[in-house]
Write a protein that binds this ligand. Sequence first.
Ligand code: NAD
Length: 384
Amino acid sequence: MAKETREGETRVALVPELVGKLTGLGYEVAVEPDAGRHALMSDEEYAEAGAEVDHDAVATADVVVSVQPLAPDAIRRLKRGAATFSFLPVNQELSLVADLRDVGATSFAMELVPRISRAQSMDALSSQALVSGYRCAIVAAGLLRRFFPLNMTAAGTVQPAEIVVLGAGVAGLQAIATCKRLGAVVKAYDVRAAAAEEIRSMGAKAIDLELDTLEGSGGYAREMTEDRARLQMERLAPYVADADALITTAAVPGRQAPLLVTAAMVEAMKPGSVVVDLASESGGNVEGSVPGEVTRIGNASVWGGRNVPSQMPGPASKLYAQNIVNILTLMTSKEEGAGGTFAPDFEDEIVAGSCVTHDGQVRHEPTREQLEGPRESSSEGSQA
Ligand code: NAD
């Protein structure tokens, strides 16, 4: 396991309590010194669990796991043909993909694991979104200078806080559930048809804007047209203005996060209001939110999310490590006597879908096209 080197990354890809799962599969486990420090996991704990703490762990391993993609110098140190597992946002990291290709690495991107039921236990986007959603609710509760729950006391009644959540995917639903547990009154909106029922099942009120639903492929949302975006903003404005806290988690795969709330909509909020924008890093659902900062827009404090799962490194690492162990289990030979043999079956939908580079080639076609251009047609008659 590699030590994370990107600024602000506090998670690790393997936790001591899961080392035994990998040794049980027949692997020898090595971790770079100090890898778990930010997640409060010591070298001693890894060693006690059966891992070797080794400066050369990355250079000598057949399989290297990390949270963030390896840095270029770590990629250069990989053994020829080594496999890597990490988040690897291919659109933003084309040069790293080229490096991985050029050193002959078999690289897998955790965000490309297909969202099919068989792959749910390997779905790191979902496990980390769960952490983010929870954290967003806790941040909103912390920033808001009033109670979330209703309080009926001898001295009088304190009304509960009203929260609006926009985007009810994995993170949004977890934010709703957490706000509900804290006793707030929650309203939520999402463009997907199935979302209203999911929102209600969490005990929140589904906001109906009387707009068409926007279902894309694979159950994801589609991008909004300009007209639709304008109408949605107009109809959401009164809900935003009434909220004590607004939490936004909307995303469209492969695109910038949709802008859902303008600065003018935030300016219309009451004094002391709070806005938590989980999508801040990927463009922002809220105009003017800044990743990693709390800014002031009108009367509201606006919190922009930046690597939010890293704010809870222990549980986020454990869930991610579980995803890694599960995907490695899938790709480990089941043949007797072949314990610890990494043997991905490229016919398997999960292996094929998540593989980015293999054997000197970019296997993820959209990324290959971006790097190398369209394949030359071999059809007859193409000669001028
Ligand atoms: P996501 O992170 O891509 O997006 C978050 C939410 O934002 C989504 O619910 C989306 O509909 C919503 N959104 C997009 N544009 C919006 C807009 N303009 N206004 C309001 N909301 C908007 O989503 P996700 O959390 O990854 O989940 C997306 C879908 O995938 C859901 O249907 C979820 O149930 C499904 N899912 C399936 C699996 C699986 O089968 N393994 C795992 C996780 C999620």
